[in-house]
Design a protein around this ligand. Structure first.
Ligand code: SF4
Length: 1012
């Protein structure tokens, strides 16, 4: 049976705490926007086909959310794929999948817009449509059903998912999202039939409406291709939308304060597109030309984003950040501003050759983790094939630089299965890692540990790349090469090899180059249980095997070499590349010939970092006439303007001529990614670099190396914390104790998420905290004991240090402003200033008072009498044993040892329940428990021993459906007569000071953390 609802009027309220990470579904984050549905013309549900934690890091989602909500004519709400446990609950209860903001089903929106990042999320799209009450297939949708659209990199080769979508936006979504939404709703209001509306949408340009095009079988390949439009006046092929990024500044705010996202920082897109031309990289091809954001705008956005989000880490992101023309002066300028605020800076996809050495030192100062680089291939020949413009000398130079600066770890990304690959190339991957480790050992000095991780994923040939015609390795071949890697790595102790499960990559390869008939396979596999196919622990190979077999699909057809002359299932989508450009690059690849980066002076790897040199260099910029027709004069002018705006007028690096660029000191490196490689997987629908990154083929679902620490995962915890500016020695600042409440969605948020959120709240209101000293400075704070998920609290505490000395009036004002800057359900109720001698919370907290609320109907009309009798029985028992299980280790706990008081609650308790958001015909118990240094008990254990029924494992007692509210935490005066000692408020500093010398109550927060 369900507990009492935690969130008023939410359809999931009664069972949210029965699913993993319930706050994923609760909303209420700072920066989430709830608009009045009646006030707008078009209501859009932005749907992300993966879990909240992944979708929340997605830049494209943030861009569209802000854009649509800033427009008075439109609103945007969010919906993420329900994890499997939530899906089971929704199916069991017959409930729809709803948006986070207004808890409305997807079917109620005018537009449902999916982000298409990755082929292995297709099955989740079907789940979301089905649970959202939207017919799966476009052909089955009626006049009142929403239009289902999608955008993102995968929209450029959408045939396997096309029958489930009404329309796809090709290219940048900034303009089209609003245009499609408003056109659709206007025509609907005018009574235009659905099909006519779709034709009008198709005529907007850069929109593909699959149902309006006929397909035919291509005899060269046996694949179904899109043949012709079925109505007049719609584009064929369909071109892509391209926006001027500076007309659409990157959003300086987005929802924050919910469960931790995989990239828990403020990521700012600084450029879209890429000049490097890696031949496996789809994003590098489909987002041409490179467009850089105005650096002044970037700096402003960064500073506003920091203030609004309160986050302590900012990341500048682009497909290849180091190849953004003004990256060096930009990083310097941003670093200067952020250092003052004690904010750390991450730079994704960085190449060491694009930075001055002192900037590497800067990175070292703020990032304790190792750095990540992506040489992609293990031999020079193979790097030439993939057009990775980097030499081994540069890579080794990079390794020397990294390890000589004190980093102990370095991660290198490679791929196997690239065209023309030989066993020598495969072995070369490990050998390159070993040589990097050797260079690192020499640079690090004697006795210093050096660890090089070689992470190897499987290449998936992607449409719209020079490798789109290349065969993908079979599973057997991938397995053989992985074994070869394992055999090769054996003698190298300093190299850690990581390979990736290849079944998912093969499935990705089939759907990447798939045609429309694969939609039937997808639907069948989904109906048989396919979900979250990119998650190793969720991929159900057998259902896919069965679905392919059922339709007699020959998978080799999708995985083999395709004729260069053949028409392909994605040829009707024009991403702007000249016909023949990709084929020419493919031929060059097969001849191991490089195409050096375009948009740079021939022979150089980096841009000029100052205006003086940029002006002096009048040499032509490289261009291959790929078809997107860059204006090279404008490109050159814009770069100089940007350098000027950043104040980078004079030379601070040697001039990078062709010769200079070959000198390792300046050019050393491959695509260096300071621990942000995985971010690719979550990049925006609009910038979709995902597809080109190794992370996508094997690690999309995995948290990145620098994701926030998890107490369950020591490796991650060790790798995670970025290092900030040196903390002052000792504990500076001024001590305060704050009291706060956790109700509604905050009761569903894990303790660690609350701990993360508090410093952000304080930064948002301009009251920064001080940090602990040491190697990994952290905000200096101590919380009262953690609560179990779903337990509401009206009396929580935290001791912390602020940089500022505040008088009582300023403190009161701060408390008021903190509530306004907090996620829904987090409210601050008071603060006191502590002196140096005031005991810490951990020395004071001796007990807690809870209300345990039950629906009267669950107990009966005489509920008070029944519960009173149960309380008496419990208090007169000598012991009240219960089984407690933590991480599968069970132990018996005697609740009686902690139970001080238990009685039926009076009107004051019922009014506290109402304040906690619990209303209805309730009956409550009021219980008081001890919290001791030796341990504590959970409220659910108290509810179980008083009113529960034995069941399950020996000693286990199931608590009855109830909702617990922590009413009070208190200290206890030194025992003087009464056994328990007199309770006192944790704000009563007079009494607290007297406790200091008392021998007994010395609760440990570490112990209490697992038992309220
Ligand atoms: S037009 Fe030339 S410079 Fe522009 S992206 Fe294509 S190859 Fe590069």
């Amino acid at each position: 049976m369900d507990s009492l609802p935690l969130l008023a009027d939410h359809p999931y309220a009664s069972f949210l705490d029965q699913v993993e990470k319930p706050a994923r579904y609760a909303g209420g984050e700072v920066g989430s926007v709830v608009k009045d549905w009646a006030s707008v013309e078009a209501r859009v549900c932005l749907a992300f086909p993966d879990v909240y934690d992944i979708g929340m890091s997605h830049l494209g989602f943030k861009i569209l959310y802000k854009l649509l909500n800033d427009d008075p004519r439109t609103l945007a709400e969010r919906c993420y794929a329900p994890w499997v446990d939530m899906e089971a609950q929704l199916v069991k209860r017959g409930l729809p999948l709803v948006s986070l903001e207004s808890a409305r089903p997807l079917r109620d929106f005018d537009v449902v817009g999916f982000s298409l990042q990755f082929e292995l999320t297709y099955s989740n799209i079907l789940t979301m449509l089905h649970l959202g009450g939207v017919p799966l297939r476009a052909e089955d949708r009626g006049e009142d059903d929403p239009i289902v659209i999608a955008g993102g990199p995968t929209a450029t080769h959408p045939e396997p998912i096309a029958p489930f979508l009404d329309a796809l936006v090709i290219g940048d979504g900034e303009e089209k999202a609003t245009e499609v939404a408003l056109t659709w709703t206007r025509l609907k209001r005018e009574g235009v039939p659905r099909r006519e509306r779709l034709i009008a949408i198709a005529r907007l340009g850069a929109v593909y409406v699959p149902s309006l095009y006929a397909t035919r079988l291509d005899t060269d390949t046996g694949l179904e291709v899109v043949d012709r439009p079925l109505v007049d006046g719609i584009p064929f092929p369909i071109d892509r939308a391209l926006v001027d990024l500076n007309q659409y500044p990157f959003p300086d705010e987005s929802p924050t304060g919910g469960p931790e996202a995989i990239f828990d920082r403020m990521s700012i897109e600084i450029a879209r597109g890429c000049t490097e031309g890696c031949r496996f990289c789809q994003a590098g091809m489909i987002y041409r030309p490179v467009r850089e954001r105005d650096p002044e705008q970037i700096v402003d956005t960064v500073m506003r984003a920091v203030q609004k989000s309160g986050q302590d880490e900012v990341s500048l992101t682009a497909l290849s950040t180091a190849d953004v023309s003004c990256i060096s002066p930009l990083v310097k300028k941003v670093t200067d501003r952020l250092t003052k605020e004690r904010i750390s800076l991450g730079v994704s996809s960085l190449r060491a050759y694009g930075l001055e050495p002192d900037l590497l030192d800067e990175l070292k100062r703020v990032r304790a983790t190792g750095l990540t680089f992506a040489p992609e291939a293990g031999t020079q020949r193979m790097r030439d094939v993939v057009n990775k413009n980097v030499t081994e000398e540069q890579l080794l130079e990079t390794a020397e630089r990294v390890f000589s600066r004190g980093w102990g770890k370095m991660k290198l990304y490679f791929m196997i299965g690239l065209p023309t690959e030989t066993d020598e190339d495969v072995r070369g991957i490990v050998e390159t890692g070993a040589r990097a480790a050797g260079a690192g050992r020499r640079a690090a000095g004697k006795g210093k540990p050096v660890d090089v991780t070689v992470s190897v994923s499987t290449h998936v040939p992607k449409p719209h790349t020079p490798f789109q015609w290349a065969a993908m390795d079979t599973l057997a071949e991938v397995g053989r090469k992985q074994q070869l890697l394992k055999d090769t790595v054996r003698p190298y102790r300093a190299v850690t090899l990581k390979t990736h499960e290849a079944h998912a990559s093969v499935l990705e390869g089939i759907f990447a180059r798939g045609d429309r008939p694969l939609a039937d396979v997808l639907e069948r596999a989904w109906r048989s249980g396919a979900r979250f196919d990119s998650w190793d622990d969720q991929l159900k190979l057998s259902v896919w095997e069965e679905a392919f077999a059922h339709f007699g699909v020959d998978r080799a057809r999708y995985l083999g070499t395709l004729p260069v002359t053949a028409r392909l299932p994605w040829d009707h989508i024009d991403v702007g590349l000249e016909e023949g450009f990709l084929a020419k690059e493919y031929r060059k690849a097969l001849q191991s010939r490089l195409s050096p980066p375009c948009g740079k002076v021939a022979g150089t790897f980096v841009h000029h970092t100052n205006l003086e040199d940029a002006r002096a260099d009048t040499r032509r910029l490289v261009c291959y006439d790929c078809g997107v027709a860059c204006d090279m004069t404008q490109m050159r002018e814009e770069r100089m303007t940007f350098l000027d705006r950043l104040g980078a007028h004079k030379r601070s690096l040697p001039v990078l001529t062709g010769e200079a660029a070959s000198q390792p000191a300046l050019t050393g490196e491959a695509a260096s990614q300071p621990a942000l490689t995985g971010e690719a997987a979550s990049q925006p629908a609009l910038t979709g670099e995902a597809a080109s990154q190794p992370a996508l083929t094997g690690e999309a679902a995995s948290p990145p190396a620098d994701a926030a620490p998890s107490p369950e995962d020591p490796a991650r915890a060790e790798a995670a914390p970025p290092r900030r500016a040196p903390a002052p020695k000792g504990r500076g600042g001024f001590r305060y104790r704050f009291r706060f409440e956790k109700t509604g969605p905050m009761a569903l948020l894990g303790h660690l998420d609350v701990v993360r959120e508090l410093p952000r709240v304080l930064r948002r209101v301009g009251a920064p905290m001080t940090y602990t000293a040491g190697f990994h400075p952290k905000p200096d704070m101590t919380f009262s004991p953690a609560l179990s998920l779903g337990v509401i609290s009206l009396d929580e505490y935290v001791d912390l240090r602020l940089e500022r000395d505040l008088d009582p009036a300023a403190l009161e004002a701060l408390v008021a402003s903190m509530s306004a800057a907090s996620p829904r359900g987090l409210a601050f109720r008071g603060a006191v200033k502590l002196g140096p001698e005031d005991p810490a919370l951990s020395k004071l907290i001796a007990g807690a008072r809870y209300a345990l609320a039950f629906a009267r109907s669950s107990i009966g009309a005489d509920a008070e009498a029944v519960l009173a009798a149960r309380c008496s029985a419990a208090l007169s028992a000598a012991s009240l044993p219960i089984r407690r299980e933590i991480e599968r280790i069970a132990k018996m706990v005697d609740v009686r040892q902690y139970l001080v008081r238990a009685e039926v609650g009076g009107p004051d308790v019922l009014s506290a329940l109402a304040r906690a958001g619990l209303v209805g015909d309730l009956v409550a118990l009021e219980v008081e428990v001890d919290i001791r240094g030796s341990g504590a008990v959970k409220s659910s254990e108290v509810a179980a021993v008083i009113a529960g029924e034995p069941g399950g494992a020996p000693g286990a007692i199931a608590p009855p459906p109830h909702r617990a509210v922590r009413l009070q935490l208190f200290g206890r005066a030194a025992p003087s007569g009464s056994a328990a000692g007199e309770r006192f408020s944790l704000f009563d500093l007079e009494r607290a000071r007297r406790v200091k010398s008392a021998p007994e109550p010395a609760p440990s927060l570490a112990l209490a953390a697992d038992a309220e």
